[in-house]
Ligand binder design. Structure first.
Ligand code: TXA
Ligand code: MG
Length: 320
């Protein structure tokens, strides 16, 4: 196996033609880094079995090495080669995959996913994305691809190819452009190792949906000193600008991110549609962040995806 791939000066943004997907696979096989669209956010891919390529992921993102990556697979069979699924876990995966749900399971002794990708844990987060481009890239590559969100660590996740270029263009090898991400929020994560699942990260798949398929969903204790999901550190998803949430109006000098029929600089959804708001959230935060040093965000109704939006905003508003 070739373990080292030398990046060119800056990554090309290319359309998802079959020729470009082949090129992407050659780059990945040589240890390179490729950004791909998924239905949640763009991911920065490396061969899950290549520790040096994965070390580059941590390096280019500035990601702490105790924060493990999600391995992306195509089909439950590929997932089961890596980790142990209980009957309940399998049924849940069968019902929701492909889709925005990551499941933490215990690894098999024979797993090919490098220890560095798992931050040394004996568990792994697995996800089968539904985006057609992600699916064909993984199927063509044939083995799992690890992919954290393709942003600088702690910053706003990318929902467009240009966002990836802005953060990482000079440090990675290729960006596959699949347009704007449909959901715009990172996947829901559950711990699927016990008799009952535990919610590790809110996301597009809401808790009641999981609970209906596998009853007894618990809220994991994310305040623990050594969190189960190390990525759930408080300050995250942060713009450079100071963020004020639940703001009915903007103060002078603040950029205003509206929701519903209000006057604003940018509006997440003039029609008060939470799904539309989720898809616009990270793009509009990035746009306002480029223009203002202070951003005020209108109140977002709670419930369903509104809870996930509010959770991401609360973390973005947290000062280091
Ligand atoms: O939607 C998504 O999940 C996107 C796309 C690209 O698939 N990926 C993504 O990856 O958001 P990332 O690296 O930004 O977030 C991965 C999260 C982190 O919070 C990490 O701590 C958690 O998954 N995680 C990974 N492996 C874990 C494990 N074995 N146990 C607990 N948490 C884990
Ligand atoms: Mg991330």
């Amino acid at each position: 196996m070739n373990l080292w791939y030398r990046a060119e000066m800056s990554a090309k943004i290319v359309p998802p033609t079959s020729e470009n997907l082949q090129t992407a696979c050659s780059i990945l096989a040589a240890g390179g880094l490729v950004a791909m669209p998924t239905e949640t956010v763009y991911g920065l891919c490396a061969d899950a079995a290549n520790p040096i390529a994965i070390a580059r992921i941590y390096d280019v993102k500035g990601r702490p090495d105790f924060n493990p990556l999600i391995a992306h697979i195509a089909g439950l069979e590929m997932a089961e080669r890596q980790g142990h699924f209980s009957a309940d876990a399998k049924a849940l995966a069968g019902a929701i995959w492909p889709g925005p749900l990551s499941m933490v399971v215990n690894i098999r002794d024979t797993t090919s996913i490098a220890s560095i990708a798992r931050a040394g844990l004996d568990s792994v987060a697995l996800r089968e994305p539904s985006h057609p481009v992600a699916r064909s890239l993984i199927s063509t590559f044939g083995v799992p691809l690890v992919a954290p969100s393709a942003n600088l660590s702690g910053r706003i996740s990318p929902t467009r190819a240009q966002h990836v270029f802005d953060d990482l263009g000079d440090r990675i090898d290729l960006i596959i452009d699949g347009g704007a991400c449909q959901s715009g929020l990172e996947s829901t994560i559950i711990d699927a190792r016990d008799a009952h699942p535990a919610l590790l990260r809110l996301g597009p798949i809401a808790a009641p949906e999981i609970d209906a398929l596998w009853p007894g969903l618990k809220q994991a204790d994310l305040s623990a000193e050594k969190p189960v999901s190390p990525g759930q550190l408080l300050r995250h998803y942060a713009p450079n600008a100071r963020l004020r949430i639940n703001a009915i109006t903007a103060l002078p000098d603040e950029g205003y991110l509206g929701f519903g029929p209000v006057e604003s600089d940018l509006n997440l959804s003039p029609a008060s549609d939470l799904i539309e708001a989720a898809a616009n959230l990270f793009d509009m935060l990035r746009q306002l962040d480029a223009q203002y040093t202070q951003i005020a965000v209108a109140p977002i109704p709670s419930g369903g995806v509104g809870d996930t939006i509010n959770e991401r905003l609360a973390r973005a508003a947290e000062r280091a």
